[in-house]
Design a protein around this ligand. Structure first.
Ligand SMILES: *[C@@H]1O[C@H](CO)[C@@H](O)[C@H](O)[C@H]1NC(C)=O
Ligand SMILES: *[C@@H]1O[C@H](CO)[C@@H](O)[C@H](O)[C@H]1NC(C)=O
Ligand SMILES: *[C@@H]1O[C@H](CO)[C@@H](O)[C@H](O)[C@H]1NC(C)=O
Ligand SMILES: *[C@@H]1O[C@H](CO)[C@@H](O)[C@H](O)[C@H]1NC(C)=O
Ligand SMILES: *[C@@H]1O[C@H](CO)[C@@H](O)[C@H](O)[C@H]1NC(C)=O
Ligand SMILES: *[C@@H]1O[C@H](CO)[C@@H](O)[C@H](O)[C@H]1NC(C)=O
Ligand SMILES: *[C@@H]1O[C@H](CO)[C@@H](O)[C@H](O)[C@H]1NC(C)=O
Ligand SMILES: *[C@@H]1O[C@H](CO)[C@@H](O)[C@H](O)[C@H]1NC(C)=O
Ligand SMILES: *[C@@H]1O[C@H](CO)[C@@H](O)[C@H](O)[C@H]1NC(C)=O
Ligand SMILES: *[C@@H]1O[C@H](CO)[C@@H](O)[C@H](O)[C@H]1NC(C)=O
Ligand SMILES: *[C@@H]1O[C@H](CO)[C@@H](O)[C@H](O)[C@H]1NC(C)=O
Ligand SMILES: [Ca+2]
Length: 561
C-alpha cells in the first residue's frame, strides 16, 4: 500500500491550482517514525496512533478513539498518515488531538472546530478538508470527553476550563504543524481554520489571541460572547419551558406563529419562498392571533389555534433583546444580548423547544458558581442571573470569551470570513452582526476592512445548516453524499464553495464578492438543486431583479434595502 502509483496528480480549481503533490515515499519520515520522533520534539506528548491508512478506508462508528460527541462513521477517505495523541496540559488535564496527513498533499494545513460543549475529536468534520481539498487536517477534543450539551467537564477543574477556553485549540495547532513539518520535511504553505458555532468561537479566539496561527479563518454562527450567550440561553429557556405558565407555547403554537410571520414578512424580499432575506425589516404583529380578535386575517387562525396575551408576550420576549431589568449586575437598561430574529418560529431549536440547552446553565453552575454536584439544575431568578453575568464578564473562567474586537494583528496578514444563518434558532443571529460592528468600531471604521474581513449572511438558514434557505455552500461541517451531502457546494469552484473562496482570497488576493449557495431537493444533494441564491457580504443583501427566482443570477447584492 505504501507504494501506490496514483499519488502524483494535479488539480486545477477555477483559477487557483493546488501545490505540487509529493509521493509518500519522498516524505522525510514514515508515519510510524512519528511514534518516536514526535515526543522527542514536543513536550508532554503521549502518542496513541501513528499509522498509515489506505485509500477507501472507513473509520467505523464508535471506534476506539472516538467519543459520544462525534460517534459517526467516516467513509470514503483518501490514503493518509493518521497521527493521534494526548498533550498533558497539567497534572489534572489532558488534550486529545489527531492530525491526518494525506499522501496527496496540497501543502495546506487546516483545523476543524467543535460544537457546543462537545469534547471529542471531530472525525466527521475532518473528512471534507482531507478528501475534497487535500489538506492536512487536525481536530481536538477540547480537553474533555463529553457531548455538546454537557458542561460537567468543568467541575472542580480550572485546567479543563482553560483547555476548553483556548489552550486545546492553540496547542493542537502548534503540535500539528510541528508533526506535519517533520513528516513531510517542510512546513505548510498556508493554514486554515474551519468551524461553526463553538467552532466559530474557536476560530475567532485564535484570531484574537494567536493571530499568527492561521492565514485564513472561516467562522460561522460563532458562540463567541460566551457569558452573554449563556445567560441569554438560560433566560430564554426559563421563559419558554414553564409548562404551567399561561404563556407556554407548544409546537403547534409555534407553527401557527411561524405561518403568520411568513404571511406578513415573506414577501418583503419580493419572493414567496418560505424565508425572509433580511429579518431586520420584519416587524411581526401578532395581534391577529389573539383569541377573540375580530380582525383575524390569517387563514391559520381560528378558535382552536388562537393564542392568549401571555403566549403572544412569550413570543415577543423570544424576539426581544435581553436588557438588564435590575441593577444587580450591569446597570438597569443596559443591552446584554440580542433576541432571535423573526422567521424561524416554525422550526424552533434547542433554546425554544422545551428542553434547556446544557451549555447555558452548566456554565453558570460549574464555572461561575463553582458547584460540584453534576445533577444540580441552575435556577437563578432574573436578579441572580444578572448578578452572575457581571461576575462572569469580570472573571471569564477559562478565558472562553472570544469577543475582543481588536483584531488588527490578524487582519494585517490574514483573511477572516464569517457567516451566519438569518434564521438561527440556537444562537441569536444578530450577535454575528454585532461582532462585525464591534470590530469596525474598534478599528476606527477602516475603509480597507473588506480587504481582510467579510461577513456573509445566509437567508433562511438555521444554526450552521438546515432551514428553508440555501445552506449548501461548501462551508465547515460538510458531509459525504452518502449522508445526503450536507453543506456541500453545488459546484466545486470558488464561486460556490466557501473553502475554495477563502483559499483564493488568502493565496491569490481575490476577495469573494458573492457566493452562490444551493438548496437541494429534499435537502439531498443527489436529488438535484431546488434553487440557488447569492450570499452577500453584510451590509449587502440579495435583491430579486425579476425572472426565475430559483436562479441565483436573478438576484443582485445591493446596499439599498
Ligand atoms: C454508537 O454508539 C451510540 C451510543 O453511544 C449508539 O447510540 C449508536 O447507535 C452507535 N452507532 C453505531 C453506528 O453503532
Ligand atoms: C469517551 O467516553 C465514553 C464513555 O462515555 C467512552 O466509551 C469512550 O471510549 C471515551 N472516548 C475516549 C477517546 O476516551
Ligand atoms: C497538581 O499540581 C499542583 C501544583 O502545581 C498541586 O497543588 C496539586 O495538588 C496537584 N494536583 C494533583 C491532582 O496532583
Ligand atoms: C411558572 O409559571 C407559573 C405560573 O405563571 C409561576 O407561578 C411559576 O413560578 C413559574 N415557574 C418558574 C420556575 O418560573
Ligand atoms: C398546543 O396547544 C393548543 C392550545 O393552545 C392545543 O389545541 C394543541 O392541541 C396543543 N398541541 C400540542 C402538540 O400539544
Ligand atoms: C386587531 O385587533 C386588536 C384588538 O383586538 C388590535 O389591538 C390590533 O391592533 C388589531 N390588529 C390589526 C392588524 O389591525
Ligand atoms: C383551525 O385551523 C387549523 C389550521 O389551519 C385547522 O387544522 C383546524 O381544522 C381549524 N379548526 C377549526 C375549528 O376550524
Ligand atoms: C436590539 O439590539 C440591537 C443590537 O444588537 C439593536 O440594533 C436593536 O435596535 C435593538 N432592538 C430593540 C428593539 O431595541
Ligand atoms: C470559583 O473559582 C474561581 C477559581 O477557580 C474563583 O476565582 C472564583 O471566585 C470562584 N467563584 C465563586 C463564586 O466562588
Ligand atoms: C488597512 O489600513 C490600515 C491603516 O491605513 C493599515 O494599518 C492596515 O494594514 C490596512 N490593512 C490591510 C489589510 O491592508
Ligand atoms: C438521497 O437521495 C438518494 C436518491 O434518491 C437516495 O438513494 C438516498 O438514500 C438519499 N439519502 C438520504 C440521506 O436520504
Ligand atoms: Ca421571501
Amino acid at each position: 500500500m505504501r507504494f501506490t502509483t496514483t499519488m502524483i496528480f494535479s488539480l486545477s480549481l477555477a483559477g487557483s491550482s493546488l501545490a505540487a503533490v509529493v509521493p509518500r515515499w519522498h516524505y522525510a519520515l514514515s508515519c510510524s517514525d512519528l511514534w518516536e520522533a514526535a515526543p522527542k520534539m514536543l513536550p508532554d506528548l503521549e502518542v496513541y496512533i501513528a499509522d498509515d491508512v489506505p485509500a477507501g478506508y472507513t473509520l467505523p462508528a464508535n471506534s476506539t478513539w472516538s467519543t459520544p460527541a462525534y460517534p459517526a462513521a467516516v467513509s470514503d477517505l483518501p490514503a493518509f498518515c493518521r497521527f493521534g495523541g494526548y498533550i498533558h496540559t497539567s497534572n489534572m488535564s489532558k488534550v486529545q488531538f489527531e492530525v491526518w496527513l494525506p499522501d496527496e498533499w496540497s501543502g495546506r494545513f487546516s483545523m476543524v472546530g467543535n460544537g457546543g460543549d462537545a469534547g471529542g475529536v471531530n472525525f466527521p468534520d475532518m473528512w471534507a478538508p482531507i478528501k475534497k481539498y487535500n489538506m492536512a487536517v487536525a481536530s481536538t477534543d477540547t480537553g474533555h470527553n463529553g457531548t455538546s450539551g454537557d458542561g460537567t467537564f468543568a467541575i472542580s477543574n480550572s485546567e479543563t476550563q482553560i483547555d476548553f477556553g483556548y489552550r486545546a485549540v492553540h496547542l493542537t495547532t502548534v503540535y500539528s504543524k510541528k508533526i506535519l513539518a517533520a513528516y513531510y520535511g517542510r512546513q505548510q504553505d498556508y493554514s486554515y481554520w474551519l468551524g461553526c458555532s463553538s467552532g466559530g468561537k474557536q476560530g475567532l479566539k485564535e484570531v484574537q489571541a494567536y493571530p499568527n496561527d492561521y492565514d485564513g479563518v472561516v467562522a460561522g454562527a460563532a458562540a463567541q460572547y460566551w457569558q452573554r450567550l449563556n445567560a441569554q440561553t438560560y433566560r430564554i429557556n426559563a421563559i419558554v419551558n414553564n409548562r404551567t405558565s399561561t404563556g407556554y407555547l407548544n409546537s403547534t403554537n409555534y407553527a401557527t406563529i411561524g405561518k403568520l410571520v411568513l404571511e406578513q414578512c415573506d414577501g418583503i424580499d419580493k419572493v414567496m419562498d418560505g424565508f425572509i432575506t433580511n429579518p431586520a425589516l420584519c416587524k411581526p404583529d401578532l395581534s391577529p392571533l389573539l383569541c377573540g380578535a375580530s380582525n383575524a386575517s390569517s387563514a391559520s387562525v381560528n378558535s382552536s389555534t388562537c393564542l392568549n396575551q401571555a403566549q403572544v408576550d412569550t413570543m415577543y420576549a423570544i424576539w426581544g433583546n435581553f436588557t438588564a431589568q435590575t441593577d444587580a449586575g450591569l446597570p438597569k437598561g443596559s443591552f446584554i444580548f440580542p433576541g432571535f430574529e423573526p422567521g424561524a418560529e416554525g422550526s424552533p431549536a434547542f433554546s425554544v423547544n422545551g428542553v434547556p440547552y446544557g451549555p447555558g446553565p452548566d456554565y453558570y453552575e460549574y464555572q461561575v458558581l463553582n458547584k460540584t454536584d453534576p445533577k444540580v439544575t441552575f435556577s437563578g431568578d432574573e436578579t441572580e442571573l444578572e448578578r452572575l453575568l457581571k461576575v462572569a464578564l469580570e472573571t471569564d473562567p477559562g478565558q472562553t470569551n472570544a469577543a475582543d474586537p481588536e483584531i488588527g494583528d490578524f487582519l494585517a496578514h490574514g483573511k477572516l470570513l464569517t457567516y451566519v444563518g438569518e434564521a438561527d434558532t440556537l444562537i441569536p443571529t444578530h450577535s454575528s452582526h454585532d461582532y462585525y460592528e464591534d470590530v469596525r468600531t474598534a478599528l476606527g471604521h477602516p475603509k480597507n476592512l473588506s480587504d481582510s474581513y467579510r461577513f456573509f449572511t445566509v437567508p433562511g438558514m438555521g444554526h450552521c445548516r438546515g432551514g428553508p434557505g440555501p445552506f449548501n455552500f461548501g462551508g465547515p461541517g460538510q458531509r459525504q453524499d452518502a449522508l445526503g451531502g450536507g453543506s456541500q457546494a453545488a459546484v466545486f469552484d470558488k464561486q460556490h464553495d466557501m473553502v475554495l473562496a477563502i483559499i483564493d482570497w488568502v493565496e491569490k488576493g481575490n476577495a469573494p464578492d458573492t457566493l452562490i449557495a444551493a438548496k437541494y431537493k429534499n435537502d439531498n444533494k443527489t436529488q438535484g438543486i431546488a434553487f440557488t441564491r447569492p450570499l452577500c457580504p453584510y451590509p449587502q443583501f440579495a435583491k430579486y431583479m425579476g425572472g426565475d427566482s430559483n436562479d441565483a443570477s436573478n438576484f443582485k447584492c445591493v446596499y439599498d434595502w
